[in-house]
Design a protein around this ligand. Sequence first.
Ligand SMILES: Cc1cc2nc3c(=O)[nH]c(=O)nc-3n(C[C@H](O)[C@H](O)[C@H](O)COP(=O)(O)OP(=O)(O)OC[C@H]3O[C@@H](n4cnc5c(N)ncnc54)[C@H](O)[C@@H]3O)c2cc1C
Length: 223
Amino acid sequence: MRPQAIVVGAGLAGSSAAERLVARGWQVDLIDRAAAPGEGASGNLVGVMRPLPSLDDNRLSRLTHAAFAFALQHFARLTAENLPLCWAPSGVLHLGRDAAHVATQQRVVEARQAAADVLRFVDREEASHLAGWPVALGGWWFPRAGWVNPASLCRANVARCGTAIRLHFGCQVAQIGEHGGLWSVRDAAGRVIAEAPVLVLANAVDARRFPVTGQLPLRSARG
Ligand SMILES: Cc1cc2nc3c(=O)[nH]c(=O)nc-3n(C[C@H](O)[C@H](O)[C@H](O)COP(=O)(O)OP(=O)(O)OC[C@H]3O[C@@H](n4cnc5c(N)ncnc54)[C@H](O)[C@@H]3O)c2cc1C
């Protein structure tokens, strides 16, 4: 029998977790209070997809580099399978905000020695050429990065799960509880929506609303 998990939240986090679990042979119950995937923060029309380098290659930088490399592979896979992903590897230009920032961007590129197809420093002239518009300063150019419609990525992740996923849209989880190694997820009337030995909370800051997770150090951050 397949291992089973419940995932609460069908945004970028929940739909990605569900897709990866199913790819590894799990059966997943995916629950969201909205009517479709990608209706929360992941409902923006466009997100910028690129890594975030730093001088000391800190944890956030390493995480975003790994995620960026994975996303490129994953997007190629979804596209090859004709799943409804809307994105374009247009390249991303991150302009410096002032001369000091531009100097830091240049130092980061020199220090990190990133592959030229991942990150290059471009001067004002080249940045203007790439942008097709005169810009005041140079900055970082990520040639393989691009934009993505996040809700389309959520929908493609869910579609890729096929019959290994049970979808519960329009279901608000009001209570979670664990008994004898089994997690139950219930609605406001106390009705069980799903039960499984593993529960993944991917409902963003609302994960704090449950007593058992109320102390998690979560906060919302824009962008
Ligand atoms: C204006 C803006 C611009 C951004 N730009 C970028 C960008 O350019 N690049 C980038 O990488 N990131 C960007 N971000 C950040 C990115 O959008 C978020 O980090 C990401 O979408 C979060 O995904 P998530 O799955 O964690 O949360 P969400 O997409 O919010 O998903 C949480 C889901 O949980 C559901 N839910 C919550 N509580 C319950 C419950 N009790 N029961 C059932 N379902 C529940 C919600 O309906 C929702 O669908 C931006 C964010 C904003 C707001």
